[in-house]
Design a protein around this ligand. Structure first.
Ligand code: COA
Length: 243
């Protein structure tokens, strides 16, 4: 038991730079108090003393504003930062080394019976105000953004954001979502490309024709001036015209 208490203190000191001493954590950290009270309540819950278990958990709500149902299964080194407004439902499962910020709900949608709360893997971080609802699986090393509402499964090593939450990072790489409605038409794209090339070719041809016409004009002018230099009369300077 003391080993568990020690690691619950150690994880807070490791993750919260504001935690200065073990004493400060034990006396002033609501997250620590709530986890300790949950562990006690869970013991009574498992030993069929459900009323006592609920009584402890409700005392915890009064003291810390954190509500953890004694039936929830929580792994080692859970860190609840700040904690106000955190709610963890009865059939929730949380792995090891998870972090929850204030305002997180691990709850049900109201539609399911039996297992109706989420299952979180190891090293999961749930940002402030995020809601994870329903009997869904959240993989290991998942980061759920502040304010997200998660309604479906999230695989390992992902970051999920938004309402409803969508995966935006997997293994640190950005996920580019394909728009399922406005799917690009490859044939139309190819036709568009061909039309563009045709336009370019037409312009090129027009430029070529203009260039050719101009060069013909200038060569004709050159021929005329060469003939004039040689004393050949102009084509339009006919004897009739001279008279
Ligand atoms: C999601 C979070 C964990 C960052 O995870 P990350 O894997 O490092 O992801 P990034 O910061 O690269 O963000 C990924 C994308 O999600 C967006 N995003 C991040 N946080 C978001 C949020 N809370 N809501 C909506 N979108 C968010 C980013 O803008 C980014 O968008 P882009 O792909 O268009 O650039 C972090 O932003 C967060 O929300 N932490 C919660 C911390 C908390 O609750 N603190 C309370 C302390 S009191």
């Amino acid at each position: 038991m003391f080993e568990r208490i020690k690691e619950d203190i150690a994880v807070i000191r490791e993750k919260d730079p504001a935690a200065r001493s073990a004493l400060e954590v034990m006396l002033l950290y609501n997250g620590f108090k709530a986890v300790r009270m949950y562990r006690r309540a869970h013991w009574f819950f498992n030993h069929n003393m459900k009323f006592l278990a609920r009584w402890i958990s409700q005392r915890c709500v009064k003291k810390t504003n954190i509500e953890i149902h004694p039936g929830a299964q929580i792994g080692r080194r859970l860190f609840i930062d700040h904690g106000t407004g955190v709610v963890i439902g009865e059939t929730t499962v949380i792995g090891d080394d998870c972090t929850l910020y204030q305002g997180v709900t691990l709850g049900g949608t109201g539609k399911d019976k039996g297992k109706r709360h989420p299952t979180l893997g190891n090293h999961v971080m749930v940002g402030s105000g995020a809601k994870v609802l329903g009997p869904i699986e959240i993989g290991d090393n998942v980061r759920i953004a502040a304010g997200a509402v998660v309604l479906s499964e999230i695989p390992d090593d992902c970051t999920a954001v938004g309402v409803p939450a969508r995966v935006v990072r997997r293994n640190g790489a950005k996920i580019v979502e394909l728009d399922q409605v406005h799917i690009p038409d490859p044939v139309a794209q190819e036709l568009c490309r061909l039309e563009h090339r045709l336009e370019l070719l037409e312009k090129e041809l027009a430029r070529f024709r203009t260039g050719k016409a101009k060069s013909e004009e200038s060569s004709r002018t050159e021929e005329v001036s060469a003939a004039e230099d040689a004393g050949v009369p102009k084509a339009d300077s006919s004897p009739l015209h001279d008279e």
